[in-house]
Design a protein around this ligand. Structure first.
Ligand SMILES: Cc1cc2nc3c(=O)[nH]c(=O)nc-3n(C[C@H](O)[C@H](O)[C@H](O)COP(=O)(O)OP(=O)(O)OC[C@H]3O[C@@H](n4cnc5c(N)ncnc54)[C@H](O)[C@@H]3O)c2cc1C
Length: 571
């Protein structure tokens, strides 16, 4: 007899685990989440929050979506991606990123009712965790997963309370392994993987410094610093990443993976920070230093029987493209409504097989993309002349040669411009974020041919109502002119005949829009699992950051803004 019984036990309170708990509780499913630490993320790590993730948070309720906008750095502060010799030094080039370019911004606005933003993981996790616990999740911190065994009816998991050292068991119908890149659940579930771990080494330096005078006029989340001769790391490049504008920062600096991870003390970290800033006198307050490795590995199967794994447990890759936490939250979104339907007896257990069928290809896609994005820095270094020599003097001379008044220098400048522009595949890859098309036993394509991508599928989102694709967003209006997105009519953990009339109406509208936008072939409208829901109160029609903030603050002051009662659970 187990000590505790629940429907779903979730290991990990990171973005994947907390999102799973929040979604399951919202759908009225009994669940418990454990974390081996006493609290949530203590470093900012993930930050770029893409529109697809924002749609998941919107699905959790407008107050959850609005809380993101309240705390996030908004899209306008994200996108002047700078390449320089130091923040105070020469600027080599700049590219508009993360929807900052007007054409890209238009695509963002046409694609979704939500906005990309920059929300550090230290804000995202508490937000999801709060939504989970306030809606019914039982959370146990300082509690470690040890092992599990599954049988025909459920899973028995052994955990340890780290405060008392006592073991206890949990019996659940299903187990979710959201326990990060060193997942034990994945290991015990014996999931197959492709790729390799530890392909490069990185040092994170978290610090506080007021850098407004170097950055506020060219707002960005990322500043890439190229410093030949800097005495740490291969060719001397580093990333200065904004955590909070403009006084909290994270430096990412490489180390040789063939050597043991270096012991980085405060003096070393301060020196690296001042060198990359380019101001030897600036006040720098080092907050934390850690090392981590770049991985290139993904699960080819994300579930085994009653055990489902997600997030970094199943896709391990560098932060390039900002896909990690986003994909983790989207994994949870794919699984949660299916578990809810099976547990409530509204769907057969075979539905659950579609989770791995649909998400494992995404895991492969994002791991491959993120690693490719690292390689795509190569042409920039080559154009700067940094690969011709290991002598820092020579490297600097090669780089400086671009400023000459010669045809060779003109050619070099052209190559620099082109190689920086090519980084759009990392810094503005809207298609990578939004174009997933699922194929699984749960999706009835009914003989309809898949519409080919008419533009670059990594760069541009293409709306389509082909079954298995994300439901396109179109604004609809109620009788009073209030706006609601087609996405608001779907989702919310619901799927069934009752939504068919809404789904079909929404799909035929989307279909018309996507055809007229040149974004896809017109196809007969068929509800897909992405249209799994319907009917919520029409929105106010205000749909920008400012109005979201206003709505949230107003809601707080007057006790409103809590409109998720469908499945509110009793303690
Ligand atoms: C420098 C950096 C920048 C990044 N930038 C981005 C970005 O811009 N955008 C983005 O989307 N991603 C980014 N990422 C990646 C992102 O941080 C991860 O992809 C994300 O945290 C994965 O979420 P997760 O929930 O799967 O795992 P994690 O966040 O690793 O959470 C795992 C959870 O499991 C718990 N746990 C582990 N083992 C056990 C156990 N045995 N028992 C109990 N609990 C356990 C942990 O305590 C934790 O709560 C970045 C990462 C780094 C390092």
């Amino acid at each position: 007899m187990a000590d505790i019984t629940t429907d779903v036990l979730i290991i990990g309170t990171g973005p994947a685990g907390s999102a799973s708990a929040a979604l399951l509780s919202t759908y009225g499913i009994d669940n418990m989440v454990i974390n081996r630490y006493r609290w949530l993320a203590n470093t900012p790590r993930a930050h770029i929050t893409n529109q697809r993730t924002m749609e998941v948070l919107r699905d959790l309720g407008r107050e959850v979506e609005d809380e993101v906008y309240l705390f996030a750095a908004e899209q306008d502060l994200m996108g002047e991606n700078v390449f320089c010799t130091s923040l105070a030094g020469e600027e080599i080039g700049r590219m508009k990123s993360w929807g900052k370019h007007p054409l890209s911004r238009a695509e963002h606005q046409l694609s979704s009712p939500t906005f990309m933003n920059d929300l550090p993981q230290t804000f995202m996790e508490p937000l999801l965790f709060k939504a989970a616990c306030s809606r019914g999740t039982q959370a146990r911190m300082s509690t470690e997963y040890r092992s599990h065994v599954q049988d025909a009816d459920g899973v028995t998991t052994t955990c340890v309370d780290r405060l008392t050292g006592k073991e206890f068991s949990v019996r659940s119908k299903y187990l979710i392994g959201a326990d990060g890149g060193n997942s034990k659940v994945v290991e015990h579930a014996d999931l197959p993987f492709a790729g390799e771990m530890g392909v490069a080494g990185s040092i994170n330096i978290l610090f506080k410094a007021d850098l407004s005078k170097y950055v506020a006029h060219r707002p960005s989340v990322l500043y890439w610093v190229v410093q030949p001769g800097a005495d740490v790391g291969g060719i001397g490049t580093g990333l200065v990443r904004m955590v909070r504008p403009w006084n909290e920062w994270l430096i990412v600096w490489g180390y040789d993976i063939n050597q043991p991870a270096p012991d980085v003390d405060t003096a070393f970290a301060s020196r690296v920070a001042r060198e990359l800033i380019g101001d030897p006198d600036i006040d720098v307050e080092i907050e934390q230093v850690s090392t981590w490795t770049v991985n290139n590995m993904y699960a080819t199967q994300m579930s085994n029987g009653r055990v489902f794994c997600m997030g970094d447990a199943t896709h391990r890759h560098p932060p390039s493209n900002g896909l990690g936490s986003n994909t983790s939250i989207q994994d949870a979104f794919n699984l949660a409504w299916k578990l809810a339907h099976v547990i409530k007896g509204k769907a057969g257990p075979k539905l659950l097989a579609s989770y791995s069928q649909e998400r494992a290809p995404v895991a492969k896609q994002i791991v491959t993309r993120a690693n490719k994005s690292i390689d795509e820095f190569g042409p920039i270094f080559e154009a700067l002349g940094l690969l011709d020599s290991i002598d820092p003097m020579k490297m600097q001379q090669n780089m400086d040669a671009r400023c000459n008044d010669t045809p060779e220098a003109e050619e070099q400048r052209k190559k620099i411009r082109e190689s920086i522009a090519f980084k759009v595949y990392e810094f503005d890859a809207h298609g990578v974020e939004m174009n997933q098309r699922y194929r699984s036993d749960a999706i009835v394509v009914d003989g309809q041919p898949e519409p080919p991508f008419e533009k670059d599928a990594e760069l541009h989102y293409q709306p389509t109502t082909w079954p298995g694709a994300r439901l396109p967003h179109v604004w609809l209006f109620d009788g009073h002119g209030g706006k609601v997105s087609t996405l608001d009519l779907a989702g919310h953990g619901r799927f069934g005949p009752a939504l068919a009339k809404y789904a079909i109406a929404a799909l035929s509208l989307c279909d018309r829009i996507s055809t007229s936008a040149g974004g896809g072939k017109r196809l007969p409208a068929t509800p897909s699992p992405n249209c799994a829901g319907f009917s919520r109160p029409f929105s106010t029609g205000e749909d920008d950051h400012a109005s979201s903030r206003k709505r949230l603050l107003h809601g707080r002051r007057f006790g409103g803004g809590r409109n998720w009662p469908q499945h509110q659970r009793e303690e």
